[in-house]
Each structure stands twice: as C-alpha cells, then as structure tokens.
Design a binder for this molecule. Structure first.
Ligand code: NAP
Length: 284
C-alpha cells in the first residue's frame, strides 16, 4: 500500500501568511503583538525550542522577550513572574517553558497565567474551558494534530481514533478536540494492556508518548492513518518521532513525518494564538 506523507509545511505557511498580515495591522495600529517566554531550566532542548520560537515570532512581526528565572527557581518565583506578566498591559501572550525545576509541577504554577494570555492553553482554566466546549486557547500541539488531519481531508466524524499518551499538554486536550469533531476516541497510556490490540483497530492512530519506535507495523491496521507527535532525540543527534517508519510505511495509508509534520503547524498555531490574544486585548 502506498503511504502518503501528511506534511505540515504548506498548512503552516498558509497560517503564517495570515498571522503576519494580522501582526502588521496590529503594529500599524500602535504596537506589535508581544509574547513573553518564561524559562526556568537549563535544558538544551528547551533552549533550542525557545530559540526557534523567537525566530518564528521575528519572521512574523511579533515581539518576543525571554525571562530566564534559572533552573533552581522556586514555584513562588515562577508564579510571581507569571502574575506580573499577566497584569502587564504590554504583554499580550505568555508561554511557560518545560521542563520546570525539580519539585515544581506545571499544575502548581500555570494557574498564574491569565487565561486571555495563555496561548498554549496550559492553565487549569484553559483546560477546563476546552473540556466544557467553551472558548479559550487550546494547547497548540493538540490543535495542530486536528488541523493537520483536516487539511489533508482525513475524516474524523464517526471514526475510531486511538491517542497514545494522556498528558495535559497533548493527549488529554487532543481527546477533547477529537470528541468535539465527533470521533470515537480511545486514550492509551503506559498501563494500557496490549497496546497493539487497541491501536490496530483504530482508523487513526496518534502517537504522543515520547518513545522512539513505540508504534510499529503491528500497532497499525491496514490502511489506517498515523500521526506522529513525538519529538525525540535520536542517537545521531537528530529528531525522530514515536513511529517506526520502516514497519509502518506500507501498512498505513498516510503518515505524518518527523520533522515536518505536526511540528511546523504547532509553531504556526502558537503564533496565531499570540496575534488573536493581542487583537482581543485591543478590542477589550
Ligand atoms: P509526557 O508528558 O511525557 O507524556 C507521555 C505520555 O505517553 C504519558 O501519558 C505516558 O503514559 C504515555 N506513554 C509513555 N510510554 C508509553 C508506552 N510504552 N505505551 C503507551 N503509552 C506510553 O509527554 P508529552 O509532553 O505529552 O509529549 C509527548 C511527545 O510529544 C514527546 O515526544 C514530546 O517531545 C512531543 N511533543 C511534540 C510537540 C510538537 O509540536 N511536535 C509538542 C509537544 C510535545 P502515562 O501517563 O501512563 O505515564
């Protein structure tokens, strides 16, 4: 079977073109949209991601500042910074980078991000709005999966989607978004007994576990669609997903590449959220 590549680059380019136009309109209206990235780690992967967000923002006409609190920042320090940024009228959008310092949990600090500036939808309020179907910012990676599938005209209504991973930033919000599209959703995790028995019955498999090679040919039903959210450091230093491409290619009808699939759409959606937050602030 031919396995089509679900690339994200064209979709990301279209989203970015719209975002750049809206950012330019905001700038000519008085002030460029502004994103604050709050960092409390010395993790190289996080530094790489922050740098790529800064570059993406710069290309689109979005101002971006980074607040580095250090890898030993306390929960109180992080919460205080997030509260200050939330109250600052010059800051339109806030993103808190992970990992956080040892002993600090995202749920302990993310509630200090004002929902109107929570562009990656991580706070309990944003996640609650999503779960109840109310307006709010949705975690960009979860949204990117749905947008990528929609862009490639993969039907979701009535389809069985197996999501592998149940984190608050990817798996759980993705399940909510898929339910809103009338998919029948199974959420799998590390305690799922016989993962392959579940995923191989799905029309769409989304791998979001952060485990190299977790999803192989035996996990995928013939002709199913596979979306690879994983971004893992390969032994050679490159980035690989959760899917064992060699065994899945030829079984799946479509597969998203890593890199070049979910990743560019995620970044594009984050930047779109920044512009939406800024537009909302100007009209509030
Ligand atoms: P996470 O918080 O570590 O969660 C991983 C999830 O996978 C957990 O729910 C875990 O189950 C489950 N899992 C782990 N091993 C498993 C196994 N052997 N079988 C079944 N389930 C298993 O990770 P995350 O933040 O959700 O991120 C997931 C992946 O997406 C990572 O590779 C991350 O780098 C990537 N990511 C990509 C983007 C992008 O834009 N492309 C953005 C964000 C994240 P338990 O709950 O039982 O522990």
């Amino acid at each position: 079977m031919e396995t089509v590549s679900l690339t994200g680059k064209e979709l990301a380019a279209a989203i970015n073109a719209d975002t750049a136009e809206r950012a330019a309109a905001l700038t000519s209206g008085g002030r460029a949209p502004r994103l604050s990235l709050v960092v409390a780690n010395d993790d190289p992967a996080s530094a790489w991601y922050v740098n790529s967000l800064r570059k993406a923002a710069g290309r689109l006409g979005i101002d971006c500042d980074t607040v580095d609190l250090g890898a030993d920042a306390s929960a109180d320090t992080i919460r205080s910074e997030l509260s200050t940024r939330s109250a600052d009228p010059e800051t339109d959008a806030i993103m808190l980078q992970t990992p956080l310092p040892a002993g600090v949990h995202l749920d302990d600090v993310s509630s200090a991000i004002a929902a109107v500036k929570d562009v990656d939808g991580v706070s309990p309020l944003s996640l609650g709005l999503l779960a109840t179907g109310l307006d709010g910012f949705v975690p960009a990676t979860a949204e990117a999966v749905v947008e990528l599938l929609t862009h490639h005209q993969i039907p979701l209504s009535g389809q069985h989607v197996a999501v592998v991973g149940r984190s608050n930033v990817v798996g759980k919000p993705l399940a909510q978004l898929l339910l809103a599209r009338n998919a029948t959703v199974t959420v799998c995790h590390s305690r799922t007994t016989d993962l392959a028995a579940v995923t191989s019955t799905a029309d769409v498999v989304v791998a979001a576990a952060g485990r190299i090679g977790l999803i192989s040919g035996e996990h995928v039903g013939s002709g199913a669609v596979v979306v690879d959210v994983g971004t893992n450091e390969a032994p050679d230093g490159g980035i690989v997903g959760d899917v064992d491409v060699d065994t899945v290619r030829g079984v799946a009808s479509a597969l998203s590449p890593v890199p070049g699939g979910v990743g560019p759409v995620t970044t594009a959606l984050l930047m779109r959220h920044v512009v939406v937050a800024a537009e909302n602030a100007r009209t509030a």
